[in-house]
Write a protein that binds this ligand. Structure first.
Ligand SMILES: NC(=O)c1ccc[n+]([C@@H]2O[C@H](COP(=O)([O-])OP(=O)(O)OC[C@H]3O[C@@H](n4cnc5c(N)ncnc54)[C@H](O)[C@@H]3O)[C@@H](O)[C@H]2O)c1
Length: 328
């Protein structure tokens, strides 16, 4: 079995390859070529610590696999990482374990790539201004992936922690792929006002901006809300958006506070969800149809994508002689 470390992943895969695999996984899922059972979430010892298990079984590739992600906020007090993740890949021919992939960075790449695919199909055409709210780990790969599919006119960033926003702006300055201005905003509303593509990558439990600042024609990638009590998107924006798209409808109605909170309050019903991104990629549903539409991609995490990018890391590592062979 090949052990692929965080460093190995960084050496083995590029954002362009990850975006291609993620878009392909959306397509294959829509065509019924990937079986994705419901996720299992374990609340570990009632301390707000969760272990999440995502599984996918490919019919279009000789692999199946499982991703485990530990979200342990209390680790902050112990000086340990709060999020850890790994993916085990198995051969669909023999059932043998093929790889153990350390997947913190790979998850961030995958999540960025999914936003890039959503932006490609749902944002307005041409160059765009971008706002990123929440400038932690995910923000970097969100920017890397989205600027791969869209040319930026301007980047605005905001975080409740000003030092994080400043650090991220420095990172963005050193990693931009064209010449656009980068602005550190003093509020979330200032950050998103008149912006074409809004990315929320926070751990917030209350909406991070007010609806009136969302311009007509805006596209939002909401990636942070993954429990029923987490929210990033203003409820009124959820009510008035023209299209709300998700990675996986079943999981969304179990975990996405952005939709579940207004649903419980009777402000929306389940028909608010337009459909899955895979069906747009496959051409079964139209993406953006009008310049002035407001669109939202609500991302909750989806095993089909994680296993697809783990296969990429395994194939590239095997090809390039990266990783460590381990005998079980
Ligand atoms: N959708 C997916 O597939 C997926 C994948 C990975 C992570 N996530 C989720 O994305 C979120 C962000 O992850 P991360 O690893 O970047 O976390 P992080 O802790 O590194 O960064 C989160 C940032 O958000 C900021 N923040 C919190 N509340 C805010 C608010 N109200 N306004 C502005 N900024 C605020 C924090 O200061 C921090 O800088 C988490 O909830 C994580 O679970 C989702």
């Amino acid at each position: 079995m090949l052990f692929i470390s965080e460093n190995d992943v960084r050496k083995a895969v590029s954002i362009a390859e990850v975006i291609e695999r993620v878009e392909n996984a959306f397509l294959h899922y829509s065509r019924g070529l990937i079986q994705v059972p419901s996720r299992v979430t374990l609340r570990v010892r009632d301390e707000n610590n969760d272990a999440i298990f995502l599984v996918a079984n490919y019919r279009s590739m000789p692999f199946y696999g499982i991703k485990e992600a530990s979200s342990f906020p209390t680790n902050m007090l112990k000086g340990k990482p709060t999020v850890m993740s790994n993916i085990q890949l198995y051969s669909a021919d023999t059932g043998e374990p093929l790889a153990l992939v350390s997947a913190v960075y790979l998850t961030a790449l995958k999540t960025g790539a999914a936003s890039a695919v959503a932006t490609k199909h749902l944002a307005i055409q041409g160059n765009v201004s971008i706002a990123i709210i929440g400038t932690g780990v995910q923000a970097r790969t969100q920017l890397e992936a989205v600027q791969h599919v869209k040319k930026l006119k301007e980047l605005r960033v905001y975080d409740i922690d000003k030092s994080r926003a400043k650090k991220f702006a420095e990172y963005a300055e050193n990693n931009k792929n064209s010449n656009y201005p980068i602005i550190i905003s003093t509020s979330a509303n200032e950050c998103i006002e008149n912006v074409d593509v809004i990315i929320t990558a926070t751990t917030s439990t209350i909406p991070v901006f007010d609806d009136e600042y969302v311009k007509r024609g805006a596209h939002i990638n909401a990636i942070g809300s993954f429990t029923p009590d987490m929210q990033e998107i203003a409820e009124q924006t959820v009510v008035r958006a023209d299209k709300i798209v998700t990675d996986n409808q079943e999981e969304t109605w179990k975990v996405a506070g952005d939709l579940l909170v207004p649903l419980k309050a009777g402000k929306i019903d389940r028909t608010r969800l337009y459909g899955e991104l895979g069906d747009i990629v496959a051409g079964k549903l139209p993406g953006r149809e009008r310049e002035e539409e407001i669109t939202i991609y609500e991302s909750v995490g989806f095993g089909a994508l994680d296993i697809a990018v783990a296969v990429l890391a395994y194939e590239k590592s095997s090809l390039l002689g990266i990783g460590t062979e381990v005998n079980l």
